[in-house]
Design a protein around this ligand. Structure first.
Ligand code: SAM
Length: 231
């Protein structure tokens, strides 16, 4: 891989697009929807590369969860986590700080109404990067998670949200979990090695990264970090 991977990616497993189980489908999708990329580099009226990675992660890791009590934090309006986990008899509860029509409880992740140790599993997709207080959110996740429970997170990298997520500073991201008593047992980076698919870095995102002091080289592309954590 030459000098392509940065030092800071070293402990995170890279899932390159061509080794992904969805590669052929993504290739076909990107080829037939290329005309939907607008002049800023956003995929309009179709599924963006980041969302396709999140969907693939949900399918790979959440469809095997069986008969568990699952809390989804920052569930928004997208039902894919709920749909994957309820296929196998899991009981889904969803929180979001906004009324979304999907959440069973409207509250911030930093302060939920659940008892200690009440969920086998907590899932947060594309939400942690937007939490105002990541430490308070993770403390709460740990509190509601059973002692033998597992939490899973996905977050986009080199896209938006907190600076550590924009930078892809995995040392800081993983330290945040550890500081709050959650230990990373698996971490992966999807679409970091995107070729032969296309680079994904919309122009307004690139400008914002540079405004925040992040060096954008020719290969830097928005990608998705996935991790599994335990108490
Ligand atoms: C980009 S959306 C992702 C939604 C969904 N998980 C998905 O994968 O499509 C981020 C969501 O996180 C929610 N959110 C952000 N900060 C939150 C917080 N502190 N507590 C609860 N929800 C939060 C937002 O309201 C929003 O619905």
């Amino acid at each position: 891989m030459g000098g392509f991977l940065r030092k800071r990616d070293a402990n995170v497993k890279i899932v390159s697009c061509k080794d992904c189980f969805k590669f052929q489908r993504c290739l076909k999708y990107e080829t037939s929807n290329r005309h939907r990329i607008n002049e800023d580099g956003y995929w309009r009226n179709c599924i963006s590369p980041i969302r396709r990675c999140v969907n693939a992660i949900c399918e790979k890791y959440f469809s095997v969860l069986n008969d568990l009590k699952v809390l989804e934090v920052g569930c928004g309006t997208v039902k894919n986590v709920k749909n994957e986990i309820t296929k196998n008899g899991c009981k889904w509860t969803g929180v979001d700080k906004k009324v979304t029509g999907l959440a069973t409880h409207v509250c911030k992740v930093e302060r939920t109404p659940f008892d200690d140790c009440s969920f086998d599993c907590v899932i947060g997709c594309e939400t942690i990067q937007y939490w105002k207080d990541v430490n308070a959110g993770l403390t709460e996740v740990r509190r509601v998670l059973k002692d033998d429970g597992t939490a899973f997170f996905t977050t986009s990298i080199h896209f938006c949200g907190g600076l550590e997520f924009q930078k892809g500073d995995f040392a800081v991201i993983e330290k945040n979990f550890e500081k709050n008593g959650l230990f990373v047992t698996r971490s992966e980076l999807w679409r970091r090695l995107y070729k032969p698919l296309q680079r994904y870095l919309p122009e307004p995102i690139r400008r914002n990264l540079e405004r925040n002091g992040i060096t954008v080289d020719d290969n830097l592309s928005s990608c998705v970090y996935f991790c599994e954590v335990e108490k």
